[in-house]
Unconditional design. Structure first.
Length: 288
């Protein structure tokens, strides 16, 4: 009798987490392009607040489909801390992309994986391994190749770097919360708290959006909600040091959005940098 073929192995947790992050990267980059457009005419706090309200309201029917249990939590304090970190990072990020080239701002925020490796090692004792660490550093070097011609130490650049650090803390907190909290709850509560945090600033400096502004904000809210869910799912599924580098795929998408929608034409070094980033990602995916 012929031997039965061995069953195919299921994707590892790290690979599944990386696939979730790849989808998230696409959604959040398109959202960033929409936010950059809105940031040309609206205050940052107002953009963030409206974005969070739209996201929370769009999730509410889904969260309540099984009753109040869908939004109940025993870790409200944990959601609060995660939201403080995440919303502060988001506000700084919107400020950065509204005041500098989209690709360059995004490149600076890609220091997040480096911060995550350091914090994961210090706080959780997680070892990334030399191959993955080196590949992450190579990916960051590719980002510097892209950003180097135009980036300077300006207030928007510093805001992008601060956003990256705060986001790394928020994502590691997601990993802790995911032991008991679903990705849906993680995405829902960060938007609820985000709306509450920014509402007072909006009340002090409200500027009525135009019909086109509302269209952009509604689309951004929808994409951002899907992105938050995917992000939470990615970090809940895989190791942070394996998942985080996949976020690099946002960069070539951002370059294309900059070209076609904002007239931000990158130079030859940008394409060289993208090649380095993609090479690092391929290596990491094979090691996951």
């Amino acid at each position: 009798m012929m031997a039965k073929p061995a069953p195919k192995e299921a994707l590892s947790a790290n690979v599944r987490g990386m696939l979730w992050m790849a989808l998230t990267a696409f959604l959040l980059t398109v959202m960033s392009g929409l936010m950059k457009g809105a940031g040309q005419t609206l205050p940052v706090a107002e953009i963030v607040c409206i974005r969070m309200i739209i996201g929370a309201l769009s999730m509410l029917p889904w969260m309540l489909r099984g009753g109040l249990a869908g939004v109940s939590t025993q870790r409200l304090g944990g959601h609060f801390v995660r939201a403080v970190l995440g919303i502060a990072a988001f506000v700084l990020y919107i400020y950065a992309i509204s005041n500098m080239l989209l690709a360059n701002a995004m490149a600076l925020t890609f220091t997040t994986p480096l911060w995550m490796i350091v914090v994961s090692r210090i706080a959780f004792g997680e070892k990334a391994g030399w191959p993955r660490t080196i590949a992450t550093l190579v990916g960051f070097a590719g980002i510097l190749i892209i950003a180097r011609p135009d980036v300077e130490i300006s207030t928007p650049a510093l805001a992008a770097l601060a956003s990256a650090f705060l986001l790394s803390l928020a994502m590691l907190y997601v990993k802790r919360l995911s032991n008991t909290e679903s990705p849906q709850k993680l995405a829902f509560y960060v938007q609820v708290f985000g709306a509450l945090f920014t509402a007072p600033f909006v009340a002090l400096n409200w500027q009525s959006p135009t019909g086109w502004d509302w269209t952009i904000l509604l689309a951004a809210g929808f994409l951002g909600t899907l992105g938050l869910f995917g992000q939470a799912r990615a970090y809940a599924t895989g190791s942070p040091t394996a998942v985080a580098p996949v976020d690099f795929t946002r960069l070539p998408i951002a370059v294309l959005i900059g070209i076609f929608f904002f007239g931000e034409l990158p130079n030859a070094s940008a394409f060289a940098g993208m090649a380095v980033v993609i090479g690092a990602l391929v290596f990491i995916s094979r090691r996951a």
